[in-house]
Design a protein around this ligand. Sequence first.
Ligand SMILES: [Zn+2]
Ligand SMILES: [Zn+2]
Length: 139
Amino acid sequence: MPPSLPMSSPSSSCTCGNCARMPTEAENVCCKEIPPVKINIRCTPVSCMTLHPGLEPVCLNIYSLQNALNIYRADYGPLRDRGYERRCRHLAYRSFVSWCWGYLGRKVRVVVPACVVLRIRREFPDTEGQYVGFRAALG
Ligand SMILES: [Zn+2]
Ligand SMILES: [Zn+2]
């Protein structure tokens, strides 16, 4: 048994210790299971993507997200998500993907790890308590 695996972890595949059980199987992916994310973590002394020093400035910082919105607008036009928090989450996911994968297209399908999804939700909580699952359909 790996010593780092927390006994209370609800996600069987999680080895970073920060993922929780997500509603669908497709969302139950640990940051350690995604190669481009794993490589990113390996450049740091941390053991989970949510502890990566780049996560805050790249994906959670409001000015970075404002810039991401400008780029989005130039490429696709207005962002259709309603509500400030929802827009922020959408842009945070996009920023995360372009950061780790190095590209971002309208049809790109990737899964953001559960721990990062939870971290982004904690930063930008939905005031109505409703979360649209990140379906990985960007654009
Ligand atoms: Zn995990
Ligand atoms: Zn993690």
